[in-house]
Design a protein around this ligand. Sequence first.
Ligand SMILES: [Ca+2]
Length: 398
Amino acid sequence: MIARITSLVTLFAVFSFVAPSDAVDVKFTQIYPNLEFSRPLALIVPPDGSGRRFLVEQTGLIRVLPSDESTSDTDVFADFTNHMSVEKDFEEGLLGLAFHPRFADNGKFYVSYSAQGPKRLVLSEFSVGDNGKANLKSERILMKIQQPEWNHNSGNIVFGPKDGFLYLSVGDGGLRDGVHLLAQRLQAWNGKVLRIDVDSKSPGREYGLPEDNPFIDNPIASPEIYALGLRNPWGSWIDPETGLFWLADVGQDFHEEVNLIERGGNYGWNYREAMHEFAGRVPLMQTLKRKDKGIEKLQFIDPIHEYPRTDGISITGGFVYRGKIDALKNHYIYGDWGTGRIWGLEYDTAAKKVSENIALRTPEQVAEGLIKPTGIYPDENGEAIILGWQGKLYRITE
Ligand SMILES: [Ca+2]
C-alpha cells in the first residue's frame, strides 16, 4: 500500500484551488542511465505493436530507445539537425512527433519543427524508408505557420483516437501580454488548436478540412481552427478511454493551467489568465491604441485546474495514468518545468470537476534533485516516463 502523507494539507489549502491535496509516496527512478539526451521533449510509442519508444530531442534527433534500459547505444531514426533552423534554441527546434493511426501499414509520421526566413512552424508528413529509418526526402509539407517571435511555438501533435484527425497546438506568437493579439483572431492559426485530416485534400490545401470543424462555415475564419484563446500550450493528449482532450497552457504572470479542450472552445487568452481576468489586456490595448469590441459576446472556458507562482512557473502537461500503481490510476500526471514539482490530478467526469490533486514530487523530493520536466509520456505498458530538460529520463515507480 502506498502511504499518504497529509502534513502538506494545510499548505495546499492555502495555495491550491483544489484542497486538500495529499502526497503519494512514489519514486522517480532514472532509466537509460548510460545514455545522455539532448533536450528530450517527447517520447512516443507508435501504434504498431513493436513497443519501440521514439524519443524526440529538441536539438533535432529522433532516437529509438530499446526496451533494455541499461543500453549504452541507440539508433537514430531521423536527424532533423540540418532540416530545421533555429534562431533561439530555448523554444525553437524539433517540437512535435505523432505517428499515423495506421502507421503499421503506411509508415507515415508527422513532425513539427522550426524554420526561418520567414520564421515559421512547419508541420510535415514523412515516410519510413526501406532501411527502417525516416526518409526525410519523402517530406510533404502540410502547414507553414507564421511565428512572429522565437517563443511560444508549441507544436504538440496528437491524433484523435476516435476521429483519426490530427490536432496541432500552436502558441500565441510570442513575447509578453499576447502583444500580437493573435490568440483571439479567427484569421490566424496562432494561439489555437488546429484540426486537419491528413488522409484527404480540400481545394488549395495539402490536407482535408473535417466537416464538423467549428468555424468551417464562417467565411472570414480559418477553417482549421478547433479551439482558440491559448497562450503557449505544452503537453497535449487525448484520452482514448474517455475522449477527453487534455491540454496544459503556460501562463504569464500568475497561474498555470490545465484545460479540457472542447470543439469551438475559447480558452480566454489574452483576456484571461487561467481563472482570472488578465490585467495586462487593458493597458496593452491602450498602448496599441486599439479598442476592444464585442467582448460581451465572448464566452470563455476556464481551465479545470490552475496553480499559482508559489507552485510553479511553466506547466508541462502529461497523460491520464492507467498503469500498475493503484494510487495513480485515472490521474492526469503533470508537472512544472521551473520548480520540478509533479502532481496527479483526478477529474470527476460526471460532476465535471477535479476531485483530487495529489503531489507526486514534493518540494522535499525536489530538494534531493531537481528534474525539470519537458514531457510526461506513457511507455508501451502505460507506465509514466518523465523527460528531464537536463537530459535524463525517469520512470515513476512505487
Ligand atoms: Ca486559458
